[in-house]
Design a protein around this ligand. Structure first.
Ligand SMILES: [Zn+2]
Length: 317
């Protein structure tokens, strides 16, 4: 009963977004050099631990709700900065102010690069792996966003550990934790939500060199629901993720229609992207009080992390 109307709403919202982009124009197109993708060693995938990623999700949830500009968000940023530093990653806070239905707010994306003490942020590295860190601001109840926000964050932090074992692979990847993915009104629209990814997309479009591809993860902690990849992803990305997912037991199919998420602003700059997302339309706890640690399974996080890393080994440059 719930599924069809929601799916229709999403399709309508995506159509509105597409129309809006046609009217308003896309973000600036790439002007710098386009980097080539760099495959990573396939064996790195097996080093990903779902239990470790689960531990990160638990740590993040202990900070409470994480809406933009909240204490919980700031504490989660500090936790990530500290964990990433221990693993040899250099972080950068990307803060900016934007108008929202709740008035002007300061948002903060967190970016991470491996190795060099002073990365040149005006240049890109070949691959972006991102996901949203914020949890949806809900007035009526405590919303933790275990699957919706914390799951992908935990996976990306564990990916950071795995990559650190292979500095050459790690140096080819930029990690991004987006703020403001969630809308303040009930659903993401062209003017509400995706605040962090839109801002980030704008900044990468100004760099002297351009990444080769992006991967965005969201709602990846619950394998009771199947996973979607974006149906508009390039054919070689679809082939590589299907192979990688089947190798690691992740049940995956193309999304039934466009889904508005953090990959869309990146794609709108011309960056080819892979988007992996759990079937939230069939999660009864989506944006509800039940999105807590209980819905998260280490196995789901592990399948996602391993499939993502394996994808980076499989995808042809
Ligand atoms: Zn959400």
């Amino acid at each position: 009963m719930k599924r069809a109307p929601l799916a229709i709403i999403l399709l309508v919202l995506a159509a509105v977004a597409a129309a809006w982009l046609l009217i308003r124009g896309n973000p600036p197109a790439a002007t710098g050099t386009r980097l080539s993708s760099r495959p990573i060693p396939a064996e790195l995938a097996d080093a990903f631990s779902g239990e470790r990623a689960y531990g990160h999700v638990r740590s993040i949830l202990a900070f409470g709700p994480r809406p933009p500009a909240s204490k919980g968000y700031e504490n989660t940023l500090r936790f990530l900065e500290s964990e990433l530093a221990k693993l040899g990653w250099i972080t950068l806070r990307q803060s900016f102010q934007l108008g929202t239905p709740r008035g002007p707010l300061t948002f903060t994306n967190l970016l991470a690069r491996y190795g060099k003490e002073r990365p040149d942020w005006t240049q890109s590295v070949p691959t972006i792996i991102g996901g949203h860190l914020d949890s949806k601001l809900v007035d009526d109840f405590t919303f933790l966003g275990a699957n919706d926000g914390a799951s992908s964050t935990g996976v990306i932090l564990e990916i950071a550990r795995v990559l650190a074992a292979d500095p050459k692979a790690a140096e080819s990847i930029e990690l991004v934790f987006f703020d403001g993915e969630e809308a303040f009104l009930p659903n993401i629209t062209p003017t509400d939500g995706l605040y962090g990814s839109k801002y980030y997309a704008h900044t990468i479009s100004k760099r002297h060199s351009w990444p080769a591809m992006g991967i965005v993860l969201d709602l990846v902690g619950d394998a009771a629901h199947s996973f979607f990849y974006n149906s508009e992803t390039p054919a070689n990305f679809a082939t590589a993720i299907q192979k990688s997912a089947s190798l690691h037991g992740l049940e995956l199919r193309p999304s039934p229609g466009p889904i508005l998420d953090d990959h869309v602003p990146l794609q709108n700059t011309g960056l080819p992207c892979l988007h992996l997302i759990g079937d939230f339309m069939n999660m009864p706890y989506w944006h509800q009080p039940g999105d807590t640690l209980e819905v998260i399974e280490p196995q789901a996080l592990e399948k996602t992390g391993r499939s993502t890393l394996r994808f980076l080994a499989e995808v042809a440059p």
